[in-house]
Design a protein around this ligand. Structure first.
Ligand SMILES: *Cc1c(COP(=O)(O)O)cnc(C)c1O
Length: 402
């Protein structure tokens, strides 16, 4: 195996983001392949016993077992770290494996976490159900409210956990303020950056500590594989995350890592084009529905903040119909082009009704507290021609009586 310039931080640190996304982290075998090789192997063999002993002792670089290291997985880790501007990254089998690992590797019985109320359903489940079972207290707040973050801090608060913009209400967290507050109190911020990816938002630049991803979404970008990633300082990754990950095994398969590597090569193009398309579609939808939640539109109450910390407003937005679940389902059932699907980040446009799908398990009271209305629909705008998407929505809205 040969390291390329993509593995040399003294070189990659000079590269601009689009170059890092295509070249970062690449290793080459003796075949000189241009596209990264896929190493589907769980184990490794050694020339002699002394070599394996030295590797296990940490005296010699090299692979020992794919739960600990794998060349394809390491290429993806280095590429994501470079794109994020992080010292280190480790990838996991899914976004939820990444979130669980990022939290459990650093929290212990008696610790306290402050978490955003508006969040992906399973992220809420971690704070509402899993962590309390292990004696970790969780306070859930309105993440838009800077004063609520400060008021929730306790002597034993260790972590702030949130996503921005949040799924599906598009609540925006003031990264500079909240990360600055956490830092001044010795609290670690864990930011779920799935809606943006490093192309659209880099929370480390605003003072965040740990960035966690569902790479299933925009990073893969074509709805193929599940994967996750956690980025942070060398110290956090090596001392907190790695001991947990190596011994509990939430690892990403080399095949999935390879698919995401290929996805990252086009992430910059896709994220920016999908963002443009979502703005065009959003402007049409705004004229037809009572309420729209789109960070790129001036009608979003946190539009200025969103545009301060995001390079572009992203592929995803939500809107709310007055006719509740019945009307929302009627719109979905009348679509011809846009798929009914709860996934996001895909090159295909997808739409879902969060109250009956992604946020179903929270129950009506949980949804009401989070602002997930019965009439809410969430759309992931893909790479199709936005005029075709607008025609599809126009027809579906008409059929649903809008
Ligand atoms: C999808 C998603 C997750 C979970 O990721 P998986 O890859 O599905 O496990 C977590 N957070 C957010 C914001 C998501 O959109």
């Amino acid at each position: 195996m040969k390291r390329t310039s993509g593995q040399d931080r003294s070189i990659t640190s000079r590269w601009r983001p689009a170059t890092r996304a295509v070249r970062g982290g690449t290793w080459r075998s003796e075949q000189g392949e241009t596209s990264e090789a896929m190493f589907l192997t769980s184990g490794y063999s050694y020339d002699d016993a002394a070599t394996v002993a030295a590797r296990f002792a940490g005296e010699l670089d090299g692979m020992t077992y794919s739960r600990l290291q794998n060349p394809t997985v390491q290429m993806l880790e280095e590429r994501i770290a470079l794109m994020e501007g992080a010292e280190a990254c480790r990838v996991q089998s899914s976004g939820m494996a990444a979130m669980t690992t990022a939290l459990l590797c650093q929290l212990s019985q008696g610790d306290h976490m402050v978490a955003a109320r508006a969040a992906f359903g399973s992220c809420r489940w971690l704070g509402d159900n899993l962590l309390p079972r292990f004696g970790i207290e969780v306070t859930t707040i309105d993440s838009r409210d800077n004063a609520a973050w400060e008021a929730s801090i306790r002597r034993n608060t260790k972590v702030f956990f949130f996503e921005t913009p949040a799924n599906p209400t598009m609540d925006v967290v003031d990264l500079e303020h909240v990360c600055g507050l956490a830092r001044s109190r010795g609290i670690t911020t864990v930011v779920d950056n799935a809606f943006c990816t490093p192309v659209l938002q880099r929370p480390l630049e605003w003072g965040a500590d740990v960035i966690a991803y569902s790479a299933t979404k925009l990073m893969d970008g074509q709805g193929r594989v599940l994967a996750g990633a956690v980025c942070g300082s060398e110290e956090f990754i090596n001392e907190k995350l790695l001991p947990f990950q190596r011994n509990t095994g939430p690892n990403c398969s080399p095949f999935n890592a390879w698919v995401v590597l290929k996805g990252l090569e086009t992430l910059d193009l896709r994220a920016r084009r999908q963002s443009e398309n979502a703005l065009a579609v959003g402007k049409f939808v705004e004229g037809r529905v009572p309420r729209i939640l789109h960070p790129g539109l001036a009608s979003h109450p946190q539009h200025d903040l969103a545009m301060k910390q995001m390079d572009a407003p992203g592929a995803i937005f939500s809107f709310v119909l007055d006719g509740g679940r019945e009307q929302a389902h009627a719109v979905l059932d009348a679509l011809q082009l846009i798929d009914i699907s709860n996934n996001i980040g895909d090159a295909r446009s997808l739409m879902c009704h969060p109250a009956s799908t992604t946020h179903h398990n929270m129950g009506p009271e949980g949804r009401a507290a989070m602002g997930v209305d019965e009439g809410m629909l969430r759309i992931n705008v893909g790479l199709e021609d936005p005029e075709d998407l607008i025609e599809d929505l126009d027809r579906a809205f008409g059929k649903a009586g809008l």
